[in-house]
Ligand binder design. Structure first.
Ligand code: FUB
Ligand code: ZN
Length: 636
C-alpha cells in the first residue's frame, strides 16, 4: 500500500522534520550546533550536557578516530532514530544531500560493528569486558532494537544491502547469546525495544529465529526474578546508573509475566514498548493469551491512566505510571517518547482488531501529547509534556524542575526528539489499513492511498474541519471503505448507505468510482474527568475535534488558576493564520477571580471581574515565549 499525504497541516510538520529537524539534529549529533543542552531535571549531574558526541562515539568505535565515549549509555540510539526518520523522508522523495549523510551513517555503523556482530559503542570503547553482563542498565539490546528498526526502514527506502546485513549480523549475534538453550543468557534487557526491532526484522525477512527470539524475550520477562540483580552482583564494572538494580521490578515490567499483568506499571516508555511488541506478537502469531493481556492493559491505560492529551506517565519518579486515576497535571511526566509509543501500540492493536477505539487513541496521542513534543520551529523539544505549568514553580520548586515552561534546543537525554521525528516522518503508514477487501480510514487527513487495485483520495481540512470528501476508485471486485466515526463526534452524516460496526461505518464500493462525503460535527466541547481523578475535580478541558486546547498566559494574563469558564457560556471558534502554524483558536466570556485584600487568608469572598478567555491547541503551546499554561480550567 502506498500513501501520499497532501494535508497542509501534516505537510508543514513533515517539511519541518525534513528541512529543519533532521539537518539540525545532524549538526547536534556531530557536535556542530551552537546550542545549550538542558538537563531534564535540575541538579541531576548524571545527565551529560556538554555535547552529544553520538556520531563521534561511532567514529571512535570504528577506529576512525581516537577518544573517549561520551554521553548516555544509550547515546547510539539517537543516531539510529535519526537514521530511521531520514529513511522515511527518503521514501517520500529524492534528497541527495540527506541520502549522502545516511550512507555515511550506515557505513560508519557497519565499521563500528565488531567481527562477531556485537554492536554498541559504549561497551566497545569503554567496557569491552562487560558486554551483556549488566542488562539492568546497559541498554545494549535497546540500542540494538533501534538499529534494527532503522535498518528495516532504510532498507525499505533505499534497498541498501549493507544496512540489512549489519542488522542481521547483530540479530544473529544476539540470538547466539540469548535464549533458553544451555550456555546462553537466560534473561532480557532492562529496557524493552529489541523485541520491536526483531519483529520488524522478521516481518521484512521472514527469518523464523528472529520471531522466536522476540517471543523468548517477551514471554520470559517477569519469569526470572532476581536476574538483573544477580548479573550485577557477579560483575565489577563501575555502574552506569548506580543502584538501578534495586529499582522495583515494576519499573522494568519484570514483576509479573505480561500475560498475567492486570495494569500498566513502571517506566512508561518501557511499558509502552512492551505493549507494542506484545500486540505485534499476538497479531503475528495469534497467541490468544497475549492478545487478552494486551486488551487488559489497553483498557487499564486508556480508561484509568491516560491523560486527556494522550500522554502517559504520572510521575517523574522513575518516569512512571503510578496507579489508576492518579493524573496530576503539574508534576506528571508524559514523556514525548511515551506518547509516541502510545501511537505505536494503538496501531498494533488495530492490526489485531478493527475497533475505532484504537484509532481514537492513536489520534489523541498523536495530535496532542506527541506533537507538543516539538516547537513549531522544529529546533526545540519537550521531554515532559505537562497539562499545567507555572514558570516560577518550574524554576523554584525542586519537585517541578522537570516541567519545563519552554522547549530547550536539545536534551542531555535526547531520546524524544528523534523519536518524534520518526513518527511524523512515517505518519502516512497510520492513515489507512487494508484488511481483505476493506480499506479502513483510521486517520482523517488530506491524502491518497493505493494498494494497486483500489485507490482512495481523501480531501479535508481536518483537524480543523470535520468535512471529509472521499473518492474511491476500485479496479477490482466489490470492496468496502470503513470510515472511523471518531469517539469525539456525536453527530455525523454520510452521503452513502452504510453499516456500523466497531465504530466504523462500512460503505460499499463496487467496481468503478464511488464518491462519499462524511460530515463530522466539529464544535468546541467541554470534557470532564472521571470523579475519581482528584486533580480535575471541578475542572473542564476544552476540545475541538481531535484537538485538546489550553489557556496560555500570553493570551490570558497571569494566574490562570483564577480564571473561570461559566457553565453555559458559548465557546466560539476563530481561524488565526497569523499565529504560529496557523491555528483555530477558541474564545469565551469568562471570569477572573481576585483577592479583595492582600491578606494570605481572609474572610472576604473573592472579587469577580469579566475577562475573555482564549484557548490555543495544546500542541502549539509554548511557542510564544515563557508563560503559564493550563489545560484543565475551573468551571463556574
Ligand atoms: O532509557 C532510555 C530512554 O531514556 C527512555 O526510554 C526514556 O524514558 C529516557 O529515560
Ligand atoms: Zn524520550
Amino acid at each position: 500500500m502506498k500513501t501520499e499525504i497532501t494535508s497542509a497541516f501534516i505537510k508543514r510538520y513533515r517539511s519541518v522534520v525534513r528541512d529543519v529537524m533532521l539537518p539540525f539534529q545532524w549538526r547536534v549529533l556531530n557536535d556542530e550546533a551552537d546550542i545549550t543542552i538542558a538537563r531534564e531535571r535540575k541538579n541531576d549531574a548524571g545527565i551529560p550536557t556538554e555535547k552529544s558526541h553520538a556520531l563521534e562515539n561511532f567514529r571512535i568505535a570504528a577506529g576512525r578516530t581516537e577518544g573517549e565515549f561520551y554521553g548516555m549509555v544509550f547515546q547510539d540510539s539517537d543516531v539510529y532514530k535519526w537514521l530511521e526518520a531520514a529513511a522515511y523522508c527518503l521514501m517520500q522523495g529524492d534528497d541527495p544531500a540527506l541520502k549522502k549523510k545516511t550512507e555515511y551513517v550506515v557505513d560508519l555503523i557497519a565499521d563500528a560493528q565488531e567481527d562477531d556482530g556485537y554492536l554498541d559503542t559504549f561497551f566497545t570503547i569503554k567496557e569491552p569486558k562487560h558486554k551483556y553482563k549488566r542488562l539492568v542498565e546497559s541498554h545494549e539490546l535497546y540500542c540494538a532494537g533501534h538499529f534494527m528498526e532503522a535498518a528495516v526502514a532504510y532498507y525499505e527506502a533505499t534497498g541498501n544491502q549493507k544496512v540489512i546485513e549489519t542488522a542481521k549480523k547483530l540479530a544473529d549475534h544476539i540470538y547466539d547469546c540469548f535464549g533458553p538453550e544451555e550456555g546462553k543468557i537466560h534473561g532480557y534487557d532492562g529496557h524493552e525495544e529489541v523485541e520491536i526491532g526483531l519483529l520488524r526484522m522478521y516481518h521484512l525477512i521472514g527469518e523464523e529465529k528472529y520471531l522466536k527470539l522476540a517471543e523468548y524475550f517477551l514471554l520470559e520477562r517477569g519469569r526470572h526474578p532476581g536476574f538483573f540483580l544477580d548479573q550485577v552482583k557477579k560483575d565489577d564494572m563501575t555502574p552506569v546508573f548506580p543502584g538501578m538494580e534495586y529499582a522495583p521490578a515494576t519499573y522494568f515490567q519484570d514483576h509479573v509475566p505480561f500475560v498475567e499483568a492486570e495494569a500498566a506499571a513502571g517506566h512508561a516508555v518501557r511499558q509502552m514498548y512492551l505493549c507494542t511488541a506484545m500486540a505485534d506478537l499476538a497479531a503475528t502469531t495469534g497467541n490468544e493469551e497475549v492478545k487478552a493481556a494486551c486488551e487488559r492493559l489497553w483498557k487499564d491505560i486508556t480508561n484509568r491512566q491516560m491523560y486527556i492529551t494522550g500522554g502517559v506517565g504520572a510521575t517523574v519518579n522513575g518516569e512512571s505510571f503510578t496507579f489508576d486515576y492518579d493524573l496530576p497535571n503539574d508534576t506528571m511526566y508524559c514523556e514525548t517518547c511515551a506518547a509516541v509509543a502510545m501511537v505505536f501500540f494503538s496501531r498494533q492493536m488495530l492490526r489485531m482488531e478493527d475497533s475505532a477505539d484504537y484509532a481514537d487513541v492513536m489520534e489523541r496521542s498523536f495530535y496532542n501529547c506527541a506533537l507538543a513534543g516539538m516547537a513549531l520551529d522544529g529546533e526545540h523539544f519537550f521531554y515532559v509534556n505537562p497539562l499545567e505549568v507555572d514558570p516560577e514553580k518550574s524554576d523554584k520548586d525542586p519537585g517541578k524542575s522537570h516541567v519545563k515552561p519552554v522547549r530547550p534546543s536539545w536534551l542531555g537525554c535526547a531520546c524524544c526528539p528523534p523519536n518524534l521525528a520518526r513518527l511524523i516522518a512515517s505518519i502516512d503508514e497510520y492513515v489507512y489499513m487494508v484488511k481483505g477487501r476493506d480499506v479502513y480510514v483510521n486517520l482523517y487527513m488530506a491524502s491518497s492511498m493505493s494498494d494497486g487495485v483500489i485507490r482512495v483520495i481523501q480531501e479535508t481540512d481536518y483537524p480543523y474541519s470535520g468535512s471529509i470528501k472521499l473518492r474511491v476508485v476500485n479496479d477490482g471486485a466489490d470492496a468496502r471503505v470503513a470510515l472511523r466515526i471518531p469517539g469525539w463526534c456525536e453527530k455525523y452524516t454520510i452521503s452513502a448507505p452504510y453499516e456500523l460496526k466497531n465504530g466504523y461505518a462500512f460503505v460499499k464500493c463496487p467496481n468503478g468510482e464511488t464518491r462519499i462525503t462524511l460530515d463530522l460535527e466539529m464544535k468546541p466541547e467541554r470534557n470532564y474527568a472521571n470523579a475519581k481523578v482528584s486533580e480535575d475535580a471541578g475542572l473542564t478541558a476544552v476540545s475541538y475535534g481531535p484537538l485538546v486546547y489550553c489557556l496560555e498566559g500570553v493570551d490570558n494574563g497571569k494566574y490562570l488558576h483564577d480564571l473561570l469558564l461559566p457553565s453555559e457560556e458559548e465557546i466560539k471558534t476563530h481561524r488565526e493564520d497569523d499565529l504560529p502554524g496557523g491555528v483555530v483558536t477558541l474564545t469565551a466570556d469568562g471570569i477572573r477571580e481576585d483577592s479583595p485584600d492582600g491578606a494570605l487568608y481572609s474572610r472576604k469572598k473573592k472579587t469577580r471581574t469579566l475577562q475573555e478567555l482564549k484557548w490555543v491547541p495544546y500542541f502549539s503551546w509554548g511557542n510564544r515565549g515563557e508563560n503559564e499554561m493550563r489545560v484543565w480550567v475551573r468551571e463556574s
